[in-house]
Design a protein around this ligand. Structure first.
Ligand SMILES: [Zn+2]
Length: 189
C-alpha cells in the first residue's frame, strides 16, 4: 500500500465518521421512507442541529411538517434518539418509541392530514409499517408499534391538556378512525 493510498483511505474513513456526513445519509434514508409512508408525496426530512432549533419559529414543537412543501423537521435531539432506537429496536425505551411515532406522525402531515388527532391515529396504525421500512425485524416492529399504542398514545389521552388534541377515543381497532390497513399495527389484536 502506497502512503498516498493509505492517506486516501484514512481521509475517507474520517469523512464518513464525521457526524454531519452521517446525519446527511440518515436524513436521506428517512426522507425516502417518509415519502413511502406519505403515499408517494415527496418528503424531505431535516434533522435540526441545536443552532437550527434556536432559529426555528416552531422550536417548541419536537417535530413539525408541511403538507405543502413536504418538509419534515425533527428538532435536536430527536434524530439521535431515532438513530439509537434503530441500533437496538429490541430494547427500545419509551422515548425511542416516541421518536419512531414522531417520524410516522410527521409523515402523515406530508400525506395531507392537518388535524392532530386524525394525524396521530393514522401514525399509530402505521408505526408497524414505519418500523419495517426503517429495517426493524417483523416481530420487534409489531411489539414496538403496539407498545407505543398501549402506552405513549394512551398517555396522551390520560394526561389531557395539550396532549388531548392528539388523542381520540375513536382511535382503536374497529372504531371510527380504524382504516383497516392490511399491515395495521392493530392486525394482531
Ligand atoms: Zn402534528
Amino acid at each position: 500500500m502506497t502512503p498516498s493510498y493509505l492517506a486516501l483511505v484514512l481521509s475517507l474513513a474520517v469523512i464518513f465518521a464525521w457526524p454531519p456526513v452521517h446525519m446527511w445519509y440518515f436524513q436521506r434514508f428517512l426522507s425516502t421512507r417518509a415519502t413511502i409512508l406519505a403515499g408517494e408525496r415527496r418528503a424531505r426530512v431535516h434533522c435540526n442541529t441545536l443552532f437550527d432549533t434556536m432559529l426555528d419559529p416552531e422550536m417548541l414543537a419536537a417535530g413539525h411538517a408541511s403538507p405543502t412543501t413536504g418538509k419534515i423537521v425533527l428538532q435536536t435531539p430527536w434524530c439521535g434518539i431515532l438513530m439509537d432506537y434503530l441500533s437496538h429496536p429490541a430494547h427500545a425505551s419509551d422515548k425511542e418509541l416516541w421518536s419512531l411515532n414522531m417520524f410516522t406522525h410527521e409523515s402523515m402531515h406530508v400525506r395531507g392530514e392537518t388535524n392532530e388527532a386524525r394525524t396521530e391515529c393514522q401514525a399509530v396504525q402505521r408505526d408497524y409499517r414505519a418500523a419495517r421500512l426503517l429495517g426493524v425485524p417483523e416481530a420487534t416492529a409489531r411489539r414496538n408499534a403496539l407498545d407505543y399504542y398501549h402506552n405513549g398514545y394512551q398517555d396522551r389521552g390520560r394526561i389531557g391538556g395539550m396532549q388531548s388534541a392528539y388523542y381520540s377515543a375513536d382511535c382503536a381497532p374497529g372504531k371510527a378512525l380504524d382504516e383497516h390497513l392490511s399491515d395495521s399495527t392493530w392486525s394482531a389484536l
